[in-house]
Design a binder for this molecule. Structure first.
Ligand SMILES: Cc1ncc(COP(=O)(O)O)c(C=O)c1O
Length: 385
């Protein structure tokens, strides 16, 4: 019998029925008061999530990477210098994107899985005084590490450079404060902590970043922020181009659901689920990967045991139980697998994922005490109830 897959990956995350219904309902025509009121509500709620009163938030039809590309197009001119601290796959994406637009990229390199050291970034900024911006990734989804964006922004602000942050897999999942931390651009997506479908990306833009965008000469058209800004300022806000209307309707429902409990409740849930996954994995004799585990509430990277390659674990659990885990990326391929635990997940989603993992590991020859992972997760839940 066909059943939906059980997604325990760091995005797209499972979609609540309210969101599915909203995005399956008749299209609201994208020019006029109906869509305008959806855009207004979604923008207002996102501003609350970004913790900003000063920034403009633009909504674009694209996955998260499109929003990252929009930042490179709008903030820079060819040859300008940026600094990227690299400790994983998504920081490397910043490097590739910036190079694709002929920026001069300085990197500060860390081992994958390390937390970025703000002091080293400060040193590098001092050695490269022509730097215009730092490009950060808050939740480095490839390693599970939540990077210290607040401290990194402080260092960048002291050096007088723009702070551009990829918050695709962290906005709404872990604390983030656009205004207080001195962020200039922060880019998110619909399919992660908010549990809407993929297809809408957002950019929060500070006054400083708007200024930069006016002077910047990189080519841009589809993602031209100035065009988006004009349409967003209409009496009934619009997108310049035909947007992913259904996804926007779903995103409105997703945000309403998210704010039923509110930001703090969502963060507390992510922390609890993260801790249950980590304790569950340890109880199965597995080693966790990455620094700062107690802060890493979005995704847990787990080292594969000796008996099985991580990709084989992902393939087997999917084949036998319909459960989707994320494989390792880049140098971590085959070495780690990842469990996502942000977005519309409950305690029981984690319990069934751990149960499937136990049985999969046993079938692959890794010795497990049946129920040990589940019991450890239950202990976390009962003791933090
Ligand atoms: C931190 C981070 N940045 C960027 C992206 C890319 O987003 P998308 O696949 O929506 O383009 C992802 C997706 O997993 C991500 O986790």
């Amino acid at each position: 019998m066909d059943r939906p897959e059980i997604i325990l990956a760091p995005g797209p995350t499972p979609i609540p029925p309210e969101v599915l219904l909203a995005q399956g309902s008749p299209l609201v025509y994208h020019r006029g008061p109906g869509f305008g009121s959806i855009m207004r509500e979604v923008t207002e709620r996102l501003k609350e999530l970004y913790r900003t009163e000063s920034a403009d938030v633009l909504l674009m039809t694209s996955s998260g990477t499109g929003a990252l590309e929009s930042a490179i197009q709008n903030c820079f001119s060819p040859g300008e210098e940026v600094l990227v601290p690299v400790a994983g796959f998504f920081a490397e994406r910043w490097v590739s994107l910036a190079r694709a637009y002929k920026l001069t990229v300085h990197t500060v390199d860390f081992e994958w899985g390390q937390k970025i050291d703000p002091a080293q970034v400060a040193e590098s900024l001092a050695t490269h005084p022509g730097t215009k911006a730092v490009l950060l990734t808050q939740s480095e989804t490839s390693t599970g590490v939540i990077q210290p964006v607040q401290a990194l922004a402080e260092v960048a602000n002291s050096a007088g450079v723009l702070v551009i942050a990829d918050v695709v897999s962290s906005l709404g999942a872990v604390p983030f404060e656009f205004d207080r931390w001195g962020i200039d651009v922060a880019l998110g997506g619909s399919q992660k902590a908010l549990s809407a479908s993929p297809g809408i990306a957002f950019a929060a833009i500070s006054a400083r970043a708007w200024e930069a965008s006016k002077a910047a000469t990189n080519p841009r058209f589809y993602f031209d922020w100035a065009t988006y800004g004009k349409f967003a300022a209409l009496k009934d806000p619009e997108n310049p181009w035909t947007p992913a209307i259904s996804v926007m309707q779903g995103l409105q429902a997703a945000l309403r659901l998210y704010f039923q409990d509110g930001v703090d409740a969502a963060m507390a849930r992510h922390q609890r689920l993260s801790s249950a996954v980590k304790e569950g994995a340890k109880a199965l004799g597995l080693d966790l990967f990455g620094e700062g585990l107690e802060d890493n509430w979005t995704v847990t990277a787990i080292r594969a045991p000796e008996v099985a390659d991580a990709d084989v674990i992902c393939d087997t659990i999917r084949r036998d139980f319909g459960c989707v885990l994320a494989p390792g990326q880049g140098p971590l391929k085959g070495k780690v697998f990842r469990i996502g635990h942000f977005g519309y997940f409950s305690e029981l989603d984690i319990i069934r994922g751990l149960a499937a993992l136990e049985m999969t590991l046993e079938s692959l020859g890794h010795p497990v005490k049946r129920g040990a992972g589940v019991a450890a997760a239950e202990t976390v839940f009962m003791e933090s109830a």
